[in-house]
Design a protein around this ligand. Structure first.
Ligand code: SF4
Ligand code: SF4
Length: 407
């Protein structure tokens, strides 16, 4: 296949960005009608000797909301005094929690969400079947990634997405001590998917993840060389430390200052660009542009779901493994892998194996079909194999020049 020029690569990048931003603006308007952010409850005016009716009046709360918060049975219950329901602090947190849950509910489109999950299951199943039939080539991969960006991001919008289930859950609990049950269900589904098949949902379903992946691939030739500059594999210890510290900072900010520090720079907002500020817009442009050179920068450096999923993928049922009986230690897989995962797998670095996005690049270039995405256990390589592999890793880049299959 002809290698695209540097100018064409930049052109494709700009085209993808304009395509996503332009069409997402239209689709967000079509879905519209829901508030973007849960409305934060104002500071409540509470006095112990108020009746519930008076409390509702001064805080502009409807009878329906009051009925729900205080479990009122009859109209006459409006005359009950607030102090029957606990101390001022208890009433304050009860009302804050219920209002936060109600406003979360108001942001959700309950038709779109189940439809999106339906599409996710169907799409992931289709990719899995294609992978079983060894059909995922570079061309097919790019088409699948583009389809995922289009369906799950451009058409279906930024919400729901895997990252929001962790980020918003922490933020809601930190600010209102509330847990939104539908979000917990969504998070459980995503984690079950990770338990079943590694980071399949991130690899092929997450709208922000697939967009970064697609951008990275357009800057790669068939020989896994960058068209523009160099594609760098950042050390996992560094990226994971940053990701962990970022999550700690995010959690502290939510619990102590009630702020969502991800919100202004949330990469999912690329699918609802009208809610991006100038700072967020510039940040996201830099982030996605950096994605030409670093594989999935947001996933590796900042994403809370990325970190949680990384822990869970340690025990996932189906994952990438190598059969050392047939492996010839050529190192092509490690060189072709967009991050340092395959290198860590070959070295059996059990505890610090980075996020594997089940992209199948390694499997595609293996000349002896020794790599599988299956329930097969990752076993230790034979004693002398490691040294051979080490040599193979060093010559891996050279070997890739001779590989028959393109990535
Ligand atoms: S790690 Fe990446 S792919 Fe996974 S949820 Fe986060 S942004 Fe999406
Ligand atoms: S190339 Fe292989 S090891 Fe690397 S991320 Fe893709 S599937 Fe995982």
């Amino acid at each position: 296949m002809k290698t695209p020029s540097k100018i064409m690569t930049i052109f494709y990048f700009m085209l993808i960005m304009l395509f996503v931003i332009g069409l997402s603006t239209i689709s967000t308007r079509i879905w519209g009608g829901k508030p973007e952010q849960p409305v934060k409850p104002d500071t409540l005016m509470i006095k112990k000797d108020m009746t519930i009716g008076q409390f509702g009046q001064v805080n502009a709360l409807s009878d329906k909301v009051l009925k729900d918060i205080f479990d009122l049975k009859a109209k006459s219950d409006m005359e009950k005094k607030l102090d029957e329901y606990g101390t001022i602090n208890e009433i304050n947190s009860r009302v804050t929690e219920r209002l936060a849950l109600a406003s979360e509910n108001a942001t959700k489109n309950w038709i779109k969400i189940p439809v999106k999950f339906g599409f996710w299951f169907a799409f992931l199943l289709m990719v899995f079947i294609l992978s079983k039939k060894q059909k995922i080539t570079s061309k097919i991969r790019n088409r699948l990634l583009f389809s995922a960006v289009f369906i799950f991001g451009v058409i279906m919008g930024s919400d729901p997405g895997p990252m929001g289930t962790v980020k918003d859950a922490i933020h809601l609990y930190g600010t209102a001590h509330a847990i939104f049950p539908p979000r917990m269900i969504a998070l459980s589904i995503f984690l079950i998917l990770v338990l079943l098949a590694n980071k399949y949902i991130c690899a092929w379903g997450c709208q922000a993840g697939t967009l970064q992946d697609l951008i990275f691939r357009i800057n790669r030739t068939d020989m896994r060389k960058a068209v523009i500059g160099r594609q760098i594999k950042l050390p996992f210890v560094l990226t994971n430390t940053i990701r962990f510290l970022f999550l700690c900072g995010f959690t502290l900010a939510a619990f102590f200052w009630g702020t969502d520090i991800i919100d202004p720079i949330d990469p999912f907002k690329i699918f609802k660009p009208m809610y991006l500020g100038l700072f967020g817009g510039v940040f996201l442009f830099i982030l996605f542009f950096a994605g030409l050179f670093v594989y999935r920068p947001w996933c590796h450096l900042f994403c809370p779901f990325g970190l949680v999923g990384w822990f869970v993928e340690k025990i996932s049922l189906v994952r990438i493994s190598v059969d050392y009986h047939t492996c010839i230690a050529c190192g092509k897989c490690a060189a072709a892998c967009p991050s340092t995962v395959m290198e860590a797998i070959l070295k059996q670095d059990k505890f610090v194996i980075p996020d594997c996005f089940a992209c199948y690049t390694c499997r595609e270039v293996c000349p002896t079909d020794s790599i599988q995405f299956s329930r097969r256990k990752r076993i230790l390589p034979p004693l002398d194999h490691f040294n051979t592999i080490k040599k193979g890793l060093e010559k891996g880049n050279t070997n890739l020049q001779n590989t028959k299959k393109g990535v």
